[in-house]
Design a protein around this ligand. Structure first.
Ligand SMILES: [Fe+2]
Length: 411
């Protein structure tokens, strides 16, 4: 098996540059052994503003299959670890204790008009399992990737057993490598660990609610992560990600209605997303400054201009089946909506089309949207073009409202 042996999907036209370097980079990645040494996504790192972590954990433990495990306390941060099991990625929810604490991740938010409203809230990136962390890091440094030093990691209060890349110029996300021997549990070397009573309480009441409505058994781990980037960075963001990981290029679809494209990459080693989620990149087809000529919708470019390039949503799978006479996704969404959580549109798609999807409103704690996705039978894709157009449009409407609120606050 090679990283280029997978079937290509999609209809989006790529540049000659992309096609040439997609081949060259993946052939070289396979040849030097990086594809074999780099495994699955082990954890996702999210940072939130002070006081938000407990609420966000309550929300996540109700809306997803995650469980609260432990809190790591370092000098100026708490890092809460959420887990489903050792087969799927953990979530590390990091919370700065004092809102004045400066930091590189905070700086990434501050230059964007809406991103600046919640300066400490953003998705940071992925921790990826590797064999031989020092060798993987050495090879990546040879390929001109830059990493934080041990001293930087100490200063940033990130786990000392990771090799952490500098933020990507295209996505602003970091990629960290972690070594974990077969059969060992995940360990994050950071601060003092304890189970915090207040977090445990929020977690237990979320799980009680899930149990009351029987929804936990209907949800599966993270299916995909969708990052939004500037239009001109679409191809470089994909190629950079493929260079840092053992993912392959699944394909790109042009979503003409919304003047954007959806671009999918998947793990070479794990065909089932529950072990390592697909990574999706969304970008406008044209940059903002041609809108006055083309008069095309540009919700994706507008989002990136307002928030900066960043993760837009994480998608949770819903198992194929019915509950109480309706399809599982409809039941799950009804239950979650009954507890006050808003959604941006109705559930869209159908059994006949192979997939049903929906976007929640962006979390007030992390600015991240949760997508629910239910596939029927042997449907393998991540969307239908019609669904993506509707989802992108709905997210754009919410984004415009945020923009108006921000402007109103400024005046
Ligand atoms: Fe999605």
């Amino acid at each position: 098996m090679t990283s280029l042996s997978f079937k290509r999907h999609g209809d989006k036209q790529n540049s000659d540059f992309f096609e040439e370097y997609l081949q060259a980079l993946l052939i070289e990645r396979d040849r030097v052994g990086l594809t074999d040494m780099i495994g699955q996504i082990e954890a996702l790192m999210i940072t939130v503003d002070p006081g938000q972590a407990i609420h966000y954990i309550g929300e996540l433990c109700f809306m997803t299959p995650y469980h609260y495990l432990v809190t790591l306390e370092s000098e100026s941060h708490w890092t809460h670890v959420l887990r489903i099991n050792m087969n799927s990625p953990d979530l590390l929810i990091r919370e700065v204790k004092n809102s004045d604490t400066p930091g590189i991740f905070r700086s990434l938010n501050e230059i964007y008009p809406i991103g600046a409203n919640k300066p400490n809230s953003r998705y940071m990136g992925e921790i990826i399992r590797v064999e031989n962390m020092s060798e993987v890091t050495r090879l990546q440094q040879e390929r001109e990737f830059r990493f934080f030093s041990q001293e930087d990691l100490h200063h940033l209060e990130l786990p000392g057993n990771l090799a952490v890349s500098k933020p990507s110029p295209y996505t602003h996300n970091i990629v960290a490598y972690m070594e974990r021997p077969e059969g060992h549990s995940r360990v994050y070397s950071l601060g003092i660990s304890s189970i915090r009573n207040d977090v445990q309480e929020a977690y237990l009441s979320a799980k009680e609610l899930q149990e009351q409505f029987n929804i936990e058994g209907l949800l599966t781990p993270i299916d995909h992560l969708a990052t939004r980037v500037y239009s001109q960075n679409r191809e470089t963001a994909i190629l950079e990600w493929l260079s840092l990981t053992s993912y392959y290029y699944w394909g790109s679809y042009n979503i003409k209605d919304q003047n954007s494209s959806t671009n999918v990459t998947k793990s070479v080693h794990f065909p089932d997303e529950i072990y390592s989620p697909a990574k999706v990149f969304t970008a406008n087809n044209t940059p903002y400054f041609v809108n006055h000529l083309e008069q095309l919708p540009s919700p994706t470019e507008t989002f990136v201009r307002n928030y900066g390039p960043r993760l837009h949503h994480l998608a949770i799978g819903v198992i194929d089946g019915e509950y109480n006479g309706v399809e599982n996704i409809d039941y799950v969404v009804d239950v979650i909506a009954s507890q006050g959580k808003k959604f941006l549109l109705d559930v869209i798609g159908s059994r006949e089309e192979g997939i049903k999807q929906i976007f929640s409103s962006a979390s007030e704690h992390s600015s991240l949207i949760i997508e629910y996705v239910q596939r029927f039978g042997d449907f393998e894709g991540f969307f239908t073009k019609k669904n993506v157009a509707q989802l992108t449009h709905a997210a754009g409407v919410e984004s415009e409202l945020m923009q108006m609120q921000t402007k109103a606050m400024e005046t």
